[in-house]
Design a protein around this ligand. Structure first.
Ligand SMILES: [Zn+2]
Length: 80
């Protein structure tokens, strides 16, 4: 049986799905009886996906900003 500590320490593994069938089974079993870890994992999942999305935002350097501006300008000119 997993302890709360096992769950919190292995949280990223559980989220990433880098677990064995047995680990997933044990985790589910623990979550059924432990509302604390249910909340914790839910929160953890939210934070992880939020930080992923942040990482996916491409860096806006001067060059891309300039080319974006050019594209935007030509679009505006097309419309007029
Ligand atoms: Zn727990």
């Amino acid at each position: 049986m997993l302890s709360c500590r096992d769950v919190s320490e292995g949280a990223s593994h559980f989220i990433e799905g880098e677990t064995t069938l047995m680990e997933r089974f044990n985790l589910r079993l623990h979550l059924i009886i432990c509302s604390h870890c249910r909340r914790f994992l839910k929160q953890f999942r939210l934070t992880t996906s939020a930080s992923r999305q942040l990482q996916q935002v491409p860096e806006m350097n001067e060059e891309t900003a300039a080319s974006q501006a050019t594209v935007l300008k030509s679009k505006l000119e097309d419309q007029s």
